[in-house]
Design a protein around this ligand. Structure first.
Ligand SMILES: Cc1cc2nc3c(=O)[nH]c(=O)nc-3n(C[C@H](O)[C@H](O)[C@H](O)COP(=O)(O)OP(=O)(O)OC[C@H]3O[C@@H](n4cnc5c(N)ncnc54)[C@H](O)[C@@H]3O)c2cc1C
Length: 486
């Protein structure tokens, strides 16, 4: 195993849309920035590996639209991509290349693809000396209290797939956009996973009692019309469906034969982080079972599906729900419903409170809104509408580690609020804000928490290269992990 070391102003971990927007924003403001992404392409759930279309406030509020870096990407995509806009349609390799091109064109930005962050080095703690505490369920959901022996991250340790190479990446500020929050977890930050009960914040969509349930993960499929019959025989290990009620009476509508579906989803009884491979296996056999139903049995669609062949099936499950890290402010559903105004508002959101039924395909029905017929004027849907509402910068700043931000589905929110904030138009805005905040903190020589207290206009332009470096990180002794075995 080889080892190399690098050093940056801002280190962004995770290259989903939140991470990419964070990295581009920080680099554009002059911060020497590095983005570390464990997959070969950027975009996370939106990439061609998973194919979730970008959504956000604009889907439910006709006058709203996410702008900034995400708008640049989406405009560029339409100029270059000729795939029709469809669920999983346009999120193809052309989209991957649009994101890659943006990263390549951004000065000050170093890219590490196929590189997974594995560990965190804390200032003042000997490498390998700190093992974060396990989560407990004393609150009813998974809860991991803060347990860090330090308030600053010095470096992350990342491993490049297929290269027998480890990279120690030092930074002044770190932004955790990994979805599962591996950086925050390894650094000993407080986090929650599962659902708060009504008793904690009295949220409309909170269950009576807290629980460890999470929304599930999904794989998509894509098919194509080959102009002649395309017979399909499912393997023996695929799930067998013979009952139309499972689809049509339980909110799992097969709405087209070209691609789908968000409801090919499985979570509990499995843990969305530790059982990810088991979930992928289960989703694969369910996905093929659904395709078998469409092709060979569905009375409404089998004729339509006759000339369609299965062209692609995802093998990287898209994840909706895991750890949410404790920030300086915990956004809850009441903030969404009441449209709380925050002085440090950095993004807005407005997808409905879209809480999927735990268990997904294994549950009696899909999510309540769709099990109810997906009607826009239903009572269930009316209760879920929110926004546009604001997200405060404090929900992106760690309360436990002074040089750590997060952006994406892992920000400081309750489970009910995650139901709305997690869409990628919104996470992109968060990412841009996190990168901007990190660059401002560096340039001004102030702590991240201080950025949320100040207001910044156009006059704050400048370069991090000429700014004083963050005082706390300037003159520490350099340490590193013990060398890995050759
Ligand atoms: C099936 C499905 C349908 C959905 N429908 C919609 C929709 O219609 N519209 C919408 O906007 N949103 C939708 N969502 C929600 C949305 O896709 C997610 O909430 C969103 O992707 C979360 O963004 P993120 O950046 O936090 O995470 P991700 O998009 O998951 O990005 C995290 C990135 O970090 C990388 N990473 C993870 N661990 C490491 C590590 N150790 N080192 C380096 N990199 C790492 C991952 O490879 C990934 O690229 C859907 C989600 C699913 C699963």
């Amino acid at each position: 195993m080889k080892r190399k070391e690098e050093s940056y102003d801002v280190v962004v971990c995770g290259g989903g849309l939140a991470g990419l927007c964070a990295a581009v924003a920080a680099a554009r403001l002059g911060a020497r920035t590095c983005i570390i992404q464990d997959r070969p392409v950027f975009g996370g759930c939106s990439s061609s590996e998973i194919r979730v279309p970008v959504g956000g406030c604009g889907n439910y509020h006709v006058y709203a639209r996410e702008t900034g870096i995400i708008a640049e990407l989406l405009i560029e995509e339409r100029a270059k991509n000729h795939e029709p806009v469809d669920e999983g349609g346009w999120t193809n390799s052309v989209w991957d290349m649009v994101m890659y091109d943006l990263a390549m064109r951004t000065p000050n930005l170093t890219i590490h693809l196929n590189t997974a962050v594995q560990d965190v080095l804390l200032e003042g703690a000997e490498p390998g000396s700190f093992t974060p505490a396990e989560a407990n369920t004393s609150r009813g959901y998974y809860f991991r209290p803060a347990c860090s022996p330090s308030r600053r991250i010095e470096a992350v340790l990342a491993r490049v797939a297929n290269a027998e190479l480890e990279v120690v990446i030092r930074g002044k500020h770190f932004i955790d956009c990994t979805g599962d929050s591996i950086v925050a977890d390894r650094a000993g930050c407080e986090w929650r996973m599962g659902s708060e009960g009504k008793g904690e914040f009295n949220e409309i969509h909170a269950p009576e009692k807290p629980n460890c349930d999470t929304m599930g993960s999904t794989i998509h499929f894509k098919s194509k019309d080959i102009g002649r019959p395309a017979p399909y025989a499912a393997p023996d290990w695929a799930v067998r469906h013979d009952d139309a009620r499972y689809f049509y009476d339980q909110g799992r509508y097969p709405y087209n034969v070209r691609c789908g579906y968000w409801w090919i989803e499985i979570g509990v009884p499995w843990h969305t982080i530790h059982d990810a491979e088991k979930i992928r296996y289960e989703l694969t056999r369910h996905c093929l079972g659904v395709w078998d139903w469409l092709k060979n049995k569905d009375p409404r669609l089998k004729d339509k599906a006759k000339n369609y062949m299965l062209d692609w099936i995802g093998q990287v499950p898209g994840k909706r729900d895991s750890r949410r890290v404790a920030g300086l402010y915990l956004l809850n559903e009441n903030d969404l419903q009441n449209k709380t105004t925050f002085p440090d508002e950095i993004a807005y959101a407005g997808w409905y409170v879209d809480l999927h039924t735990p268990g997904g395909l294994l549950a009696p029905t899909s999510e309540p809104v769709n099990a109810d017929g997906g009607k826009a004027d239903s009572k269930i849907m009316a209760k879920c509408y929110v926004g546009p509402y604001g997200i405060p910068l404090r929900s992106l700043i760690s309360k436990d580690i002074d040089n750590l931000l997060f952006a994406g589905r892992n920000i400081s929110v309750t489970h009910a609020a995650l139901g709305s904030v997690r869409t990628m138009g919104t996470t992109s805005l968060m990412g841009q804000a996190a990168g901007t905040a990190a660059a401002i903190a560096l340039r001004s020589g102030i702590p991240l928490a201080e950025v949320s207290k100040r207001r910044y206009g156009k006059s704050s332009r400048g370069s991090c290269a000429t700014a004083p470096s963050c005082p706390a990180s300037a003159t520490r002794t350099r340490r590193t992990w013990p060398a890995a075995p050759a």
